[in-house]
Design a protein around this ligand. Structure first.
Ligand code: SF4
Length: 305
């Protein structure tokens, strides 16, 4: 297999022609036919359940979300059921998934859907992006995975595959997204995007890509270039710097929410839960949690929601 044909472009590197991109797309699609991970949200097309999974997957590993998916979609079966559960109920249910503000946004989304969309998830990208916490990535994922549209779902895994296999060079989100869009085979948006995500997550991984068993190895621009420098390292959207968790404000906030999942609590009880001895630090974090809508105060007690 030869290298992809390229056309002149004002940007570096030259961009592959559409035909070459479609070839990449078909190969990824073929790989996906036999290699998709069995994940529970792939067995449904219920737009609300897909939305819920995508919000959870934003910052939690797929395996952890998979363990909780049935429980979550049973308790929050519909936007209406989610509203009935109440904000505190949704935050409580979110236990163990981390980044609790997503539970608040999910509850707010359910409220918006009930108020403005008859309790249904809307079908257009603009309407999806008007919902709390739904950005371009999640909106595209709902379009592809619930409505089976031929759109491109562009995340960190996809950006890495494009930079390595298609370009052999770092790229911007704008260019990478356009290339991904040109790769989607007609009427195969669901399978192609699932395959692309898994291809990046399981084969063309960040630290040790399995090039020897990769169906793209003969046309992979990076492998064929012989360049030691991994282009994914400097590609927009592929770096996810994680701050230290141990001893962080995030850890303290998480402990306070975890304590409130059991029952309401006083300032002192919440300070004990954090393990901190600095009242000002506890007060600052409590304030942030209240601003984020995660807790409220009545009298001397703090409550979830
Ligand atoms: S050959 Fe290696 S670097 Fe290239 S796409 Fe395949 S796994 Fe990724």
């Amino acid at each position: 297999m030869s290298l992809p044909q390229h056309v002149a472009s004002p940007t570096k590197p030259d961009l592959p022609q559409r035909r070459a991109l479609q070839g990449f797309g078909r190969t990824i699609l073929g790989w996906g036919e036999g290699n998709l991970r069995d994940l529970p949200w792939r067995r449904t097309r219920d737009p609300w359940h897909i939305l819920l999974a995508e919000v959870a997957l934003q910052q939690t590993q797929a395996a952890r979300v998979a363990e909780r998916f049935v429980e979550l979609t049973t308790a929050m079966a519909t936007p209406t059921a989610t509203v009935h559960l109440g904000k505190a109920g949704v935050i409580s249910l979110w236990s163990g998934l981390g980044y609790n503000s997503r539970a608040v946004r999910l509850f707010q989304t359910a409220e918006r859907l009930v108020e403005s969309f008859d309790g249904e998830v809307p079908g257009t990208n603009a309407e999806l992006q008007s919902l709390p916490g739904i950005g371009p990535y999640t909106a595209a994922a709902i379009e592809a995975f619930a409505f089976e549209r031929d759109v491109a779902v562009y995340d960190t895994n996809v950006a890495r595959v494009i930079a390595r296999a298609v370009l052999g060079a770092p790229t911007s989100t704008k260019v990478g997204f356009e290339l991904a869009r040109s790769m989607v085979p007609k009427h195969s948006g669901w399978l192609f995007n699932q395959a692309m995500l898994d291809f990046g997550a399981t084969l063309c991984t960040a630290r040790s890509p399995s090039c020897e068993r990769c169906p793209l190895r003969r046309r992979c621009a990076w492998r064929n270039s012989g360049d030691e420098q991994d282009p994914a390292r400097t590609t927009a959207g592929t770096a996810r710097p994680q701050g230290r968790f141990e001893g962080s404000a995030r850890q303290g906030r998480g402990r306070m929410i975890e304590r409130l999942r059991r029952s309401s609590a006083t300032f002192e009880e919440l300070r004990t839960a954090t393990g901190w001895d600095d009242d000002a630090q506890v007060a600052t974090q409590l304030n942030d949690l209240m601003t984020a809508g995660l807790l409220s105060k009545r009298g001397a007690k703090y409550f979830l929601g």
